[in-house]
Design a protein around this ligand. Sequence first.
Ligand SMILES: Cc1ncc(C[n+]2csc(CCOP(=O)(O)OP(=O)(O)O)c2C)c(N)n1
Length: 580
Amino acid sequence: MELILTGNAAIALAARDAGVALGVGYPGTPSTETLENLARLEGGVAQWAPNEKVALEVGVGVAFGGRRALVTMKHVGLNVAADPLFTASYTGVAGGLAVLVADDPGMHSSQNEQDSRHYARAAKVPMLEPSDSQEAYEFTRLAFQLSEQFDTPVLLRTTTRLSHGKSTVTPGQRETALPAPQPPMNPAKYVMVPAFARVRHRLVEERQRRVREWANAAPLTRAELRDTAVGIITSGINYQYVREVAPTASVLKLGLVYPLPLEAIRAFAARVETLYVVEELDPIIEEQLAAAGIAVIGKERFPPLGEFTPAVVATGLGLPAAELPTLELPTRPPAMCPGCPHRGVFWTLKKLGVTVAGDIGCYTLGVAPPLSAMDTCVCMGASIGVAHGLERAGINPATVVGVIGDSTFLHSGITPLLDMVYNGSRGTILILDNGTTAMTGRQEHAGTGKTLTGAEAPRVDLEALCRVLGVPDVDVIDPYALDAMEARIKQALAFEGVSVIIARRPCMLIPHEDYPAQQVNEELCKLCGRCLRIGCPAITKTPVGEGEQPRSRPEINALLCEGCAVCAQLCPFAVITNTV
Ligand SMILES: Cc1ncc(C[n+]2csc(CCOP(=O)(O)OP(=O)(O)O)c2C)c(N)n1
């Protein structure tokens, strides 16, 4: 049976077929659909964790219990999960543990483009990198086998093109004889106190040598000898680009990108005249080969940043770059949806002229014009710590607001809030509770009352949670009610302690109350343009008048308008009203 699958769907199918007891992760583009696909498969079991560290720890627990686990995350998620990863490398596993880490060269949807291959090297765990959906399927299955054979977690690295691109997959046999769970009964292996860890570290070094030896002879290290004038070492999606632009060149395709199969590489290097390494982002293979005394041409010809394309690869190889057909499309920067509950919040913060320590989610769009109301954004959860740090730097906390989404708060906002309270900081934190993880496609979380599969689940009470952390001033407001919101934020800014204001309104992409669309009274509109300054895609403008002061006539598209009436509230002439 041949299927056409994305890389993510292929990984999910492979995990199901490999008999995983659990898929667990935290959403993050481009990895997110993997668990969503797994949950939809017959026999597939998947759940969201509040963050990647917890996800990996749960996966480690499944593996310690003798069953297989797939853990999924995007590249920055591996930073969060790094702590358990490094020590799980020492403990090893019982059941197979595969950790999908999806990198995002080119930053289609990320705040940096770090190269996760560094983690394989730093944590001393094998890393597989598939080149198409068939390999995504096969390498996932292989990851579980290798994990068990070599007693190690195995990283499975994809990049956006692989995760989201589709190609054919012929699945293998589904495993039927699944092992019974077994509690861990070997403290010397699973309790990493120094005395035990020293022994385990020795085994890890020995394991590296054995995995490398295996990879030298394994079919996933594939020397394709053609014209030997040029040899190219590559992996992942770049293998496809290399084949496309240099079909006659010899290629050493690496399936295992850590540890490198040095003997196989040496043998290949000896067969070709000029040797290139084609790798996106960092010169990880190149530097290891240089250290092993294998001369290659790499980053001197290929950029160390951004996503490769066939044209980039061709140029680096000194070949003519094929012109890709270009489509004349207008640029469409991301924007908050019509009715998005975040819009009024940023309008208000801009109006108040406060410094906004932002965070990651749809609300990061608050930085974009015309709202332009965010001053910092580092990583998930950083808003609260940064607001705290600004206060410690001596900036008046009555002029600073930390803004964080509900999913992000549960991911990594609880401890920095606790830190503010514990260390006697003062400041205002806004939790934008839109009842979902909107940014990555509306995933459930511990605050939504539903699990990944949509089943009912306990819903964490954010107000109670903040109070129990010791926050003395906690309140819930409606982000559609601009005046009341402004007054409450002012009150919090004046408060001599920590305030948390939860702005609660559902995301427009999840079930929500319906409101009548708004309309502008064309005759009474004074063309002041204020309603256009909230950047609502439902409000279009037509240029009117000529001369020195061209004006724009706003018009509300009734099909797009969600009726939030934020525009109506800020119209100074009250000419925006309900359509019904
Ligand atoms: C460590 C890490 N994991 C995952 C992501 C991907 N990601 C970015 S924002 C976000 C959550 C956004 O949800 P929420 O905070 O509720 O804000 P919303 O988008 O709903 O406004 C996720 C999962 C990331 N950037 N970093």
